[in-house]
Design a protein around this ligand. Structure first.
Ligand code: MSP
Length: 522
């Protein structure tokens, strides 16, 4: 039976339309999900929207709608974004769903049963933008004496009755988790940051609010709603059917990977494992805090007017160009920058001119010279074998290893170097010249070797650019069920495809050259 793999993204606040940062995370998670499926894993992929809390309530008031109207309208944009980006999620979990309320209340009851919740009064700083409490020592003074969180968001002094979670009890266990299980929080720099935060001392956490009611009601304490992060984190369980004893819970919990941005690592690597320990549930295997996407090196903000709708980029450049660019350009884990010029330059150089050109050259020669009949592979030369070995080594070693380690840019670089090797091989073997010289058998062998290389390259890059890779593989007659890692190891496929009598049609390019509009704003 296939080994399960459960991956989640953060659930976004739908208080505005999705931006490129949301698209980036969704794409990265999708690449991992598709890669793991290709590896034969039984993947469960969950994303969603985080719909409670003061931020959402305030936004609704500002717009003159009810919070639930706002959520219904805005969460649809996130669903549409995922669909447009070809994000292959299995579950889109909204936190306003009744079953999510039930799941959050059950987690609460279990934490209460463990003696970890008590009623007191909260007095301290709160940032609505971050939906986060801050210590007095973390608050800094901004322009005009305004108080700011370390993230630069305004904080307000808050005093209210609140339930508290005994986070301080978990200090030692959390430190042990982070120190002894280096894989739990990645990359390394984020781990060090969190270790320092815990070492600084953990105070009990305010986990309910009484000054507004847009949230999950606290069981038996109905003037309280849960602190939005308590219910938000629970979404990872809700989607599996918790608290029911579902087969999904048994199969997919604990999660293999929570993919999140670096700004919310504290919630996932400190609060979440503490809640789970308290409730007696197993901890996720890995939390990965990716970097931020910047626009031309600058933070995106409404005031700078550089917030880009990812769907506009898709409309301009195509979905696979955007996916390829984001995974190729940014070293995953670090911040990265994007611009329209960079997308055009990168995709034209690597997809259109290198891989696209390779496929187009080879397939059109097969189409023209052999009337679409697949070339026969005769005796291989040392050079042919060398190309095969190098490709094999990349497709079974460096590429999947880098993908499994979430080093997408490295995986693509390794893949690109094989594309270069194939293009060099075309140039040096010059099948068109072989034709002219009447060396038809050698021409067929060269084209056969290349056809096989192109198929393997297309399979390997499928998690990143699924639609284009599939368009190419469709033209090449590769069955849908033979596009995974196992298919790369199959030594008989070419003989089978040839024997099936498959004929190549006139090849159609799948990587159009991108143009930059004359007045490029972005
Ligand atoms: N609702 C919380 C997450 C709760 S998870 C239980 C939240 N929402 S968010 O809408 O602000 O962010 C959603 C995700 O997008 C987060 O992982 C965040 O780090 C990520 N990003 C937001 N802006 C980003 C960039 N500019 N670049 C990359 N990712 C960014 O936080």
């Amino acid at each position: 039976m296939a080994e399960p793999y459960y991956i989640t993204t953060a659930i976004a606040y739908p208080n505005g339309k999705p931006h490129i940062g949301h698209a980036y995370e969704a794409i990265a998670a999708d690449v991992i999900a598709r890669f793991q499926r290709q590896q034969g894993r039984d993947v469960r992929f969950q994303t969603g929207t985080d719909e409670h809390g003061l931020k959402m309530a305030q936004k609704a008031r500002e717009l003159g709608v009810t919070p639930s109207q706002l959520c219904d309208e805005m969460s649809q944009y996130f669903i549409d974004m995922c669909d447009t980006l070809h994000v292959s999620y299995d579950v889109f979990q909204r936190t306003t769903a009744p079953r999510h309320h039930a799941a959050s209340q059950e987690l609460w009851r279990r934490m209460a049963a463990n003696g970890d919740l008590y009623l007191d009064r909260y007095e301290g700083w709160y940032s609505v933008r971050d939906e986060a409490y801050y210590e007095a020592s973390e608050v800094v003074e901004g322009e005009g004496g305004i108080k700011l969180s370390p993230q630069g968001t305004p904080v307000e002094w808050t005093v209210e009755e609140s339930w508290f979670f005994r986070l301080s009890r978990y200090q030692d266990k959390l430190l042990a988790l982070l120190r002894d299980q280096p894989g739990f929080l990645q990359p390394e720099s984020r781990r060090n940051e969190v270790i320092r935060f815990i070492e600084g001392g953990l105070r009990d956490l305010s986990v309910s609010r009484t000054s507004f009611d847009w949230g999950v009601k606290v069981p038996e304490s109905h003037n309280h709603v849960m602190y939005v992060w308590v219910d938000a984190l629970t979404n990872y369980l809700t989607g599996l059917g918790f608290p029911e004893d579902t087969t999904e819970m048994a199969k997919f919990w604990p999660a293999d990977l929570h993919l999140i941005g670096k700004d919310i690592v504290r919630f996932h690597a400190v609060y979440w494992p503490a809640f789970l320990m308290s409730a007696g549930l197993p901890l996720p295997k890995c939390v990965f805090g990716h970097g931020f996407l910047l626009h031309r090196g600058e933070k995106m903000s409404k005031s700078l007017g550089n917030v880009v709708d990812p769907l506009e980029l898709v409309a301009r450049f195509g979905v696979d160009s955007l996916r390829y660019f984001l995974m190729r350009e940014v070293s995953f884990g670090q911040d990265g920058s994007y611009s329209a010029e960079a997308i055009v330059t990168r995709c034209n150089a690597e997809l259109a001119n290198s891989f696209g050109n390779l496929a187009q050259r080879v397939l059109s020669q097969i189409f023209k010279n052999l009337d679409g009949r697949l070339p026969e592979q005769g005796e291989l030369t040392e050079l042919d074998n060398e190309l095969g070995r190098s490709l094999h080594q990349a497709m079974h070693g460096t590429v999947p290893e880098a993908m499994a380690g979430l080093n997408f840019s490295v995986a693509i670089e390794e893949w690109m170097s094989q594309v270069f090797a194939c293009n060099q091989f075309v140039d040096s073997q010059a099948p068109w010249a072989l034709k002219k010289q009447g060396e038809l058998a050698r021409m067929e062998t060269v084209l056969a070797v290349l056809f096989q290389c192109i198929r393997n390259l297309a399979i390997a890059i499928r998690p990143i650019i699924p639609t284009s890779a599939d368009k190419l593989l469709d033209q090449m007659g590769i069955p849908v069920g033979e596009r995974d890692q196992a298919a790369l190891l199959d030594a008989t496929w070419y003989a089978r495809l040839t024997a099936s009598g498959f004929r190549l049609g006139q090849p159609v390019g799948v990587f159009p050259r991108l143009e930059l509009p004359v007045t490029a704003e972005h």
